[in-house]
Design a protein around this ligand. Structure first.
Ligand code: GLN
Length: 456
C-alpha cells in the first residue's frame, strides 16, 4: 500500500511508468489473505515489481517505448514475468525506456521523458531509466531492465541504486523485445544487494523457450549472502581487485574518478588486494559495439512491418504500407540505427565494418580473460559522469554514445557486472550519485553480490 501511494504521488513529477497495473491492489490483498490462511508463499510474495516496457506482459500493454507498438498487447508473459508471478510478485507497472532500448537517457522514449529523482531537471540515465527511477523513488521495491550496452548499469549509477547485468545466458530472454541478440541481457534493480540477489534467483536459469539460456545450475545467491553477515571473518581477505586503468583517465569527470579511488581504498580496508590493470583494447569497444548493435538491430527490427506487429499506416500498395508504417512508427534514433546497421551489413562494406567489429570483439574478450587471470573482479566507474541535464545531449548522438564507454565492453564479452552506489559528486541540490561497476568472470554473479554486500 505504501509503495502504491508513493508510486502515484511522485509519478506526476517523475513519469517513470508508461502503464500502471489496475489490479495490483487486489493482487496484494490476495497475498494478504494467503498469509492469513497460513499458506506457503514465494520469495517475492506481495513485492511490488516494475517491469521495463520492452518485456512482454499479457495484462498490460508492452510498447518497447515505441509509437509503432502503441497499445500493443502481447499474447503471453515473458519468462521472467512468469517467474516473478510464480514467486508471488506483483507487477505494478511497465516502466519507461528509450525506444527499443536504444539510448542512454530515456529521452528517446516515444511517449514521455522520465526525470531523475535526485534532481528533476536531470535524466535518470537509460535506456532502463524508468526502472531505475522507480526503485530510486521507492515507487516499487525492485524492477527489471534490459542491458545491451549498459542500460541497467548506467541508470543504476545515475539514480543511486543497485543494478545487476547478469552473464549472457543466465536469464531467459523469451518475451524480451530483441534489440541486439548477441548482447541483450535482462537485469535487475534494487535498493539493496539482498533485494537484487533474491530477484536474480527468481529470474535465473534455463528456459526451454530461449535456446541461448544456460543450463548451468543457479547458486542460491541470496542464501550465500546470509552466511557473510559475520564480517569479523573478513570474507574479502585476499580477493584480487583490478582497477581498469583506461577507465579513470582523460574524459572522465574528476569527481567520478575520486569516488572510484575512494571505493578502491575501501575495498582494500576490507582486505582486498587492489591493483591497476590495463585492458589495451578498451577504447575499441565503443565503435565495435555500435556497429554490432546497429547491425543486429537492423535485422531484429524488420519484424515491425505494420502487419505482424504494430500500428499500420494503410496504403494502396504493400511496399508503401511497410514504408509508411515504419516511417510513422519509429523515432529518429531508431531510424538512424537501422540505417547504420543496414549499411554496415551491406555487400562491399561487410568486411570493413561488421567483420572488423567482430574481430575487435574477440580481442576484447581476450583482454578480459587475461585480466581475469590475475584478478577476481575488475572495477571501474559505471559512467564517465553523473546524471546530466535533460536536453543536454539530445542533439549530439556521438556525445550520447560516448557515455557508454564504461559499460559496452562487458556486453561484448558476455560477462556479469554489478553497479553499487559509491559516492557523490557535486550537482543538484544534495549532490548526484556515482556508481561503482564491478565485473566478474562468466557465471560468477555470486562474487559480485558478495563484494557488493560487504561493501554496502
Ligand atoms: N546506450 C546504449 C545504446 O544506445 C546501450 C543501450 C542498452 O543497453 N540497451 O545502444
Amino acid at each position: 500500500g505504501e509503495y502504491r501511494d508513493r508510486l502515484h504521488k511522485v509519478e506526476p513529477q517523475l513519469h517513470s511508468f508508461l502503464h500502471v497495473s489496475e489490479t495490483a491492489m487486489q493482487e496484494a490483498e490476495a497475498v494478504d489473505q494467503m498469509v492469513a490462511a497460513g499458506r506457503e508463499l514465494g520469495p517475492l510474495a506481495g513485492v511490488f515489481v516494475g517491469v521495463k516496457d520492452n518485456i512482454c506482459t499479457v495484462d498490460m500493454p508492452s510498447t518497447g517505448g515505441s509509437e509503432i507498438l502503441k497499445d500493443y498487447r502481447p499474447a503471453y508473459d515473458a519468462t521472467v514475468v512468469t517467474r516473478l508471478r510464480d514467486a508471488g510478485a506483483i507487477v505494478v507497472g511497465k516502466t519507461n525506456l528509450d525506444e527499443f532500448g536504444m539510448g542512454g537517457s530515456t529521452e528517446g522514449s516515444g511517449f514521455q521523458v522520465t526525470a531523475n529523482p535526485w534532481d528533476l531537471s536531470r535524466v535518470p540515465g537509460g535506456s532502463s531509466g524508468g526502472s531505475a527511477a522507480a526503485v530510486s523513488a521507492r515507487q516499487c521495491v525492485v524492477s527489471l531492465g534490459s542491458d545491451t550496452g549498459g542500460s541497467v548499469r548506467q541508470p543504476a549509477s545515475f539514480c543511486g541504486v543497485v543494478g545487476m547485468k547478469p552473464t549472457y545466458g543466465r536469464v531467459s530472454r523469451f518475451g524480451l523485445m530483441a534489440y541486439a541478440s548477441s548482447l541483450d541481457a535482462i537485469g535487475c534493480f534494487g535498493s539493496s544487494i539482498s533485494d537484487v540477489a533474491i530477484l536474480l534467483n527468481v529470474i535465473s536459469g534455463h528456459d526451454k523457450f530461449d535456446s541461448t539460456s544456460s543450463k548451468r545450475d543457479v547458486p542460491n545467491f541470496a542464501e550465500e549472502l546470509v552466511s557473510l553477515s559475520n564480517i569479523e571473518a573478513k570474507p574479502l581477505k585476499g580477493l584480487r581487485v583490478g582497477l581498469i586503468r583506461e577507465t579513470i583517465g582523460a574524459g572522465v569527470d574528476a569527481g567520478v574518478v575520486s569516488a572510484i579511488h575512494a571505493a578502491g581504498s575501501h575495498l582494500e580496508h576490507l582486505g582486498c588486494v587492489l591493483n591497476e590493470v590495463s585492458l589495451p583494447s578498451y577504447s575499441l569497444g565503443l565503435p565495435a559495439y555500435y556497429i554490432l548493435a546497429s547491425s543486429e538491430a537492423s535485422s531484429n527490427l524488420s519484424r515491425y512491418d505494420g502487419i505482424r506487429f504494430g500500428n499500420q499506416v494503410g496504403s494502396e500498395e504493400l511496399s508503401s504500407l511497410y514504408g509508411n508504417s515504419r516511417a510513422n512508427g519509429f523515432g529518429d534514433e531508431v531510424k538512424m540505427r537501422i540505417l547504420m546497421g543496414t549499411y554496415a551489413l551491406s555487400a562491399g562494406y561487410y568486411d570493413a565494418y561488421y567483420k572488423r567489429a567482430q574481430q575487435v570483439r574477440t580481442l576484447i574478450q581476450k583482454c578480459f580473460k587475461d585480466a581475469m587471470n590475475e584478478n577476481d573482479i575488475l572495477i571501474s566507474p559505471a559512467a564517465p559522469t553523473a546524471a546530466y541535464k535533460i536536453g543536454e545531449k539530445t542533439d549530439d548522438p556521438l556525445a550520447m554514445y560516448a557515455g557508454d564507454i564504461m559499460t559496452v565492453n562487458v556486453n561484448l564479452a558476455g560477462l556479469p557486472a554489478l553497479v553499487v552506489p559509491c559516492g557523490f559528486v557535486e550537482g543538484g541540490q544534495v549532490g548526484l550519485p556515482v556508481g561503482l561497476q564491478m565485473i566478474a568472470s562468466a557465471f560468477r554473479e555470486d562474487i559480485l553480490l558478495k563484494v557488493g554486500h560487504i561493501f554496502e
